[in-house]
Design a protein around this ligand. Structure first.
Ligand code: NCD
Length: 327
């Protein structure tokens, strides 16, 4: 039984998915359930007044971090989340693995599973890699930590949790995702979740990086940050994903920053309490200037703290659902 000794309670029985692959298919109720759970982990465990920042809900479980793409905060965050729940967490490094000897990702994962693991956290450059593992692994939870340009569900959940903790609800909020929307899995997961929870997302950036395709889903598209400044409640400033671009989408970084960087002059034209988010890594001087990144309206480091809570929620919910399904 996955009850803890301090009356934490059972895993939510209305969460039935053994995998968290994206937010596109989740209902508003499922997203809210994960946010509520994460909020509880944040308040009762991470901010525990007696500093007991561990809760033994996944003792005896083993989780492997399968990261085939670079990562600092996401991998560390998942690792910490698993350990805070009492699980054993093993890091797998693509650079030193047998993949370089020609092994497929499914064979690698099946071999790791044969050692007895309960959960896989996967980041991969190919969209769909987590789905492939979910199909091929038995009785094992799969959590997507970012698949190419497709989805990054836990990043969007931590963005939403950060907004919700500050403003109470997402309903009716104007949330601008600014930057490289075309290559951003963070933007896609955010858009799906924001729409489901009643927020009004705007995607903003140069026309080479922001498609009007999003309008079909009810998202507003703007190519001028200056135009939308006065009406937005939350700005989520996304990094230009140079590593995914085949051709340069604008003449120079200086020109991009001139038109789209959030700086103190632009911030002064925003609502007084507008919030500043960024998934990180941030490029100071490109999408955000240092004074804004480090200023009082910035919640960038708060997002990172909430990330651990969200990943605790995702791991607990999926691993317990996988265990239930196996019975
Ligand atoms: C994001 C990612 O990897 O997609 N970062 C993250 O998870 N912390 C965004 C980015 O790389 O710009």
């Amino acid at each position: 039984m996955l009850y803890d000794k301090d009356n934490w309670g059972p895993a939510p029985s209305n969460w039935t998915r053994p995998h968290l692959l994206g937010l596109e298919d989740l209902s508003a109720e499922e997203i809210t359930l994960l946010l509520d759970l994460a909020n509880r982990f944040r308040n009762d465990v991470l901010d525990s007044p007696d500093n007991k920042r561990k809760i033994p809900l996944l003792v005896g479980k083993a989780i492997v971090n399968l990261f085939f793409e670079n990562s600092t905060r996401t991998r560390t965050s998942f690792g910490l989340a698993g350990r805070r729940l009492g699980a054993d967490v093993v890091d797998f490094s693509a650079a030193t693995s047998s993949l370089s000897k020609g092994e497929t990702i499914v064979d690698t994962a099946k071999n790791i599973q044969s050692m007895g693991i309960d959960g896989v956290v996967v980041r991969h450059v190919c969209p769909g890699a987590p789905q492939l593992l979910a199909k091929n692994l038995k009785n094992c939870a799969v959590v997507n930590a970012g698949d190419g340009t497709h989805e990054h569900p836990t990043q969007a959940l931590l963005d939403l949790l950060t907004i919700r903790r500050r403003l109470g609800s997402l309903q009716g909020l104007s949330v601008a995702l600014v930057g490289d929307i075309s290559h951003s899995r963070v933007a896609r997961s955010n858009i799906f979740a924001l729409l489901k929870l009643g927020a009004k997302p705007i995607v903003c950036g140069p026309s080479t990086l922001v498609s009007h395709y999003w309008e079909a889903l009810g998202v507003r598209v703007s190519h001028s940050l200056d135009d939308i400044l006065p009406e937005v409640d939350v700005f989520n400033l996304l990094r230009i994903q140079f590593e995914r671009q085949v051709v340069r989408p604008f003449p120079s970084i200086r020109e991009y920053a001139h038109l789209y960087a959030m700086n103190s002059e632009r911030l002064a034209r925003c609502k007084k309490d507008a919030l500043i988010l960024a998934p990180g890594p941030i490029n100071r001087g490109v999408e955000i200037t240092p004074d804004v990144a480090d200023g009082p309206q910035s919640l960038i480091l708060e997002q990172v703290t909430n990330g651990v809570a969200v990943r605790m929620a995702a791991l607990w919910a999926t691993l317990t659902a996988a265990e239930r399904n196996a019975q």
